[in-house]
Each structure stands twice: as C-alpha cells, then as structure tokens.
Design a protein around this ligand. Sequence first.
Ligand SMILES: [Ca+2]
Ligand SMILES: [Ca+2]
Length: 157
Amino acid sequence: MTIKNAAENAFVYTLVSDQRFWFQDLTGCGNGPWLGGYQDPTARGYAEGATHRTFTDGGWRWVNESDGASFDTYYSWSGLEPNNDCWGVPETYVCFYGRFAKTGLEWNDLPNEGEQYKPYGYIVEYETASAIPEPSSWVLLACSGLAAFVLRGRKRT
Ligand SMILES: [Ca+2]
Ligand SMILES: [Ca+2]
C-alpha cells in the first residue's frame, strides 16, 4: 500500500491503531504494521545510513507508485528516522511507529529479519474498479485477517 498525504496517513492509522497490531521494542517505542515502503538500491539518492542519527538513508520508494505516491512529496518519518540503526542489520522497510509510545502515526525503518523487530502484520491496499470516493476506496484487510497475520508473526518459543 501507499500513503500520499497526511490525510491518508491518518486514515490508515485509524485502521490499525488497536494495540494488538503493535509491539514495543526494547526502548518502549511501538512498531506497527508494515506499510508499502522500501529502499531501492537502484533509486536516485539511494544510501544506507552508516551509524545512528546520520540521516543519510535514501532511495525510499513505494511498492506501487502508479497512484503518484512518492517519498519526495510526502513522508511521516519520526524525528530520528530513517536511521538504519538495528544493531548492524540494515533497515530497509517502513512501518508505523510510536516514538516512546505504544502506537503512533509516524514511520520507522526496520529490517524484515531478526527476532527483535518483526511487525505483527501488514496493510494491503486494493484498487477498486468502481468510482468510490476516498477514503472508502481503500479496502484493507479485515481486522480478523490482520489478527491472523499478527498471531502468525509472533515469536515462537
Ligand atoms: Ca536503511
Ligand atoms: Ca529505524
């Protein structure tokens, strides 16, 4: 899925703001479901931040840019993100983020591997053939479906 502006960001957040779709990392920050953003090594401005707070991560794209979504025109990175800072594991995907809060509508970059940082689910956006005004043209995973992904994503012991 893509997010083009603050209104869309706020709307999508309302769909997944329930605590059960989030996990708290070791610093007490909430990490929500994956959005559709990723780093493309072939994109203009691509760079990986070398250390914490270098603010040099670049080359962010959306999985589907046909609707005009671009990190050049809108993003909701949290204050220190994207920081590419996960104990040596590159962070190349985007999720919702609550900075020192259980949930939030800012964004964080995280790796999609490693046991500490696995968002519980992801959000899927479908195009509809009929002309339905936004934001109801968004058809997202039903809560029950997302909850299933949440359970599947939990750490197995
Ligand atoms: Ca990165
Ligand atoms: Ca990050």
